[in-house]
Design a protein around this ligand. Sequence first.
Ligand code: ATP
Length: 461
Amino acid sequence: APVSMNDLVSLCKQRGFIFPGSEIYGGLANTWDYGPLGAELKNNIKRLWWKDFITNRDDVVGLDSAILMNPRTWEASGHVGGFSDPLMDCRACKTRHRADKLIDEKLKTEGIKRSIEGMDNASLRALITEYKITCPDCGKSDFTDIRAFNLMFKTYQGVTEDSGALVYLRPETAQGIFVNFRNVQSASRKKLPFGIAQIGKSFRNEITPGNFIFRTREFEQMELEFFCFPEDSIEWHGKWKETCRDWLLKIGLKPELFRLREHSAQELSHYSKATTDIEFLFPFGWGELWALPTAHMKFSGKDLHYAEPDRGIKVIPHVIEPSLGVERLLLSVLISAYSRDIADGEERVVLSLSPELAPLQAAVFPLSKKLNENAEKLCTDLRRQFRVEYDDAGSIGRRYRRQDEIGTPFCITSPYAIAIPCSRSAFPSVHLSSICLNASIANPLLTVRRIQSGSHPPTVK
Ligand code: ATP
């Protein structure tokens, strides 16, 4: 059976992946803290993304821009002003909803092709009545008028709380890339097509946060802006779709749990030629994991003309914007990896994580507390290369189960020094016994790469 959100939340808490935020003070709704294993997993995800989307490519460079930006950025991008979310309350059950989302859903389920983009609040409210839209929570159709709501967090820069010093916490990392476009382009001497990417926190005062870490008000994005000639944007969009899909498979997401969904002509915003969402099957249904829109830079609010040295012309690039939430990916990784089975009459949980993502790559178990000399040395040696835990508590079987539950791909018992893979691991095992017997790593290059190549037959004892 697929994992339920409750099972996942309790595993995450018990094993130290994710804790409720500020718990000892009664918590703060929809905030989460990442424990020892969660912090490792998150870092591994970010490191792998950075490596594959920046380091290993010649056409993408990295950036780390500030969270606080000149407020004019958000006027130009449309985040302050006309683009606030249209909110209305259900009078019957007092829940709050986004009018445009309810209308969109209705149009989609009824198969009606109609664009509501740019509509004012009164017209949206009229559509709610026209299509007899009901509250998803109570089924009644008694809504208030629509009010504009801005999802940006406000704060004040400097010591006084006057409005002159009003600044916002960024709601996306993309604008940090746009404002640095010229600087990065000239400093790195990149020519079109090329990309700028960064990882960083974003903040949105979401109306309906929830579903564990799926939607929170503070989250982290891994965002890439890929600039290209306007005539090449569809081709690049296609290439990035493939790159993103292949990467999800590489890190171990089950292919049956995600899909690519193209936006229809009606759904597309006026500045986009094509948009694809990569959606994941979460316990509550399909949800957006990775957004891949194309956009025209002329709508960024700044003159981002780019003088193309080879062609001797000025162009405004088009941009492909693959944007991925770190926490949503982490949740997808856990769901993909989770399974349960019966071993020795006991139910156990197994996480089949890729060795590159697993918080721990190996665990070393001395057979007894007395027979531990080799094991300690082995553990120290392995730690130079790998993330390793030493565990001498409880029966060997119990120790294996503890590691199964947190996705450790290799366990090594000592002094007999035999590597036993997580029995459900999606990754083929490797014969580690020679290095274990020596209790020293003669060849530290025996790494995950060899494990994944599958060239070594599994050794299971
Ligand atoms: P949604 O429709 O779910 O609100 P969105 O379309 O507003 O998402 P984008 O602005 O395209 O999201 O952001 C890009 C990515 O950032 C999303 O695909 C998602 O992975 C992540 N993301 C966006 N909002 C949140 C949030 N509140 N909590 C966690 N991750 C988020």
